[in-house]
Ligand binder design. Structure first.
Ligand code: MN
Length: 314
């Protein structure tokens, strides 16, 4: 396989064994939505995924004739980093240049708490207009310490990266020396470091490629405030979703979450080899967390109705 072949669409994911099945859903949905899934090449930065889960992921990719490469990071390189609740896997994306073959010059990075609702070939073909990194604005207040206006802080769940330029300018060293200096002050270490390094230099991607839970609430207010996207951008995301991001507490595998695409996610999951497991990792305390109010239930049903229908076949 020639990995610099323009026919290849390189997608990078990273997780540990706890997230392997959710990462599998990102891969499965991406392949199902692709017109040419055989062009998809997945690089998985493996933070200790067990063989059983690797086999299932391998058989998903095989079924669609895609390519799968496991990349094993050296955890010793991350010893001095503030790990916090995100774990090491959050840092792996920052070592892309070292971990991926030198012939790879463009990648899409995706978080593992997502559902792909459109052909990623469209995202792949998006111009970066000379920027090293493309991303979607984070729809929320940025950490105060960063001193960034709300519409200039991006979410690192979906990234389109010019890896060639990334290597040439050695952003990897810049990121890790930033960690050495002020890593422990950062609220979301990896996302904040990326924002500091690429301040005012990132390319804004269409909102539909990283649809965060706040998208619906902002859209419903009609007048968009505190966002670099227009009302039409929000509408496009709702009517033509690209990647749905189950950010923070909106994870579809939590019992008590409400999300317009939760049932779509569970249906897809139940078609996979993991099907009996969906709530198995849920902590007991989460099972008994207070349930959503009727108002929230009604609101969520409304959102489901006006949002685009996303379906997966076979
Ligand atoms: Mn995420």
């Amino acid at each position: 396989m020639n990995s610099s072949n323009p026919g290849n669409i390189n997608i990078v994911l990273a997780c540990d064994d706890n997230y392997a099945r959710w990462m599998g859903m990102v891969i499965l949905s991406a392949l199902q939505k692709a017109e040419n899934p055989e062009q998809f090449c997945f690089f998985i930065i493996d933070g200790g995924i067990k063989d059983k889960n690797k086999e299932i992921i391998g058989s998903i990719v095989n079924k669609y004739a895609g390519t799968l490469l496991w990349v094993v990071p050296d955890n010793g390189n991350y010893n001095d980093l503030p790990v916090k609740r995100y774990g090491l896997a959050a840092y792996y994306r920052l070592s892309l240049a070292t971990l991926l073959p030198g012939s790879i010059d463009r990648v899409i990075y995706l978080d593992s708490d997502m559902l792909v609702a459109a052909d990623l070939a469209e995202l792949w073909r998006t111009s970066l207009s000379g920027a090293v990194i493309g991303a979607v604005e984070n729809l929320g207040v940025p950490p105060k310490s960063l001193n960034l206006p709300q519409n200039e802080y991006f979410n690192s769940g979906t990234l389109l990266i010019d890896l060639k330029q990334w290597r040439e300018d050695d952003y990897e060293s810049q990121l890790f020396s930033l960690f050495e200096k002020k890593g422990s002050e950062l609220q979301f270490p990896d996302q904040d470091a990326l924002n500091l390094i690429f301040e005012k230099q990132w390319k804004r991607l269409p909102l539909r490629w990283n649809i965060q839970p706040a998208t619906w609430a902002k859209y419903e207010k009609k007048k968009i405030t505190n966002s670099g996207y227009s009302y039409d951008d929000y509408e496009e995301a709702i009517k033509n979703p690209g990647v749905i991001h189950f950010l923070a507490k909106s994870k579809p595998w939590f019992y008590s979450t409400l999300h317009p695409y939760k049932s779509v996610y569970i249906t897809l999951f139940n078609e996979s080899a993991w099907r009996y497991d969906i709530f198995s990792q849920v902590a007991i305390k989460e099972k008994f967390r207070k349930f959503f109010s009727v108002e929230k239930l009604i609101k969520n049903n409304k959102r489901k109705k006006y949002s685009a229908e996303v379906t997966f076949k076979n």
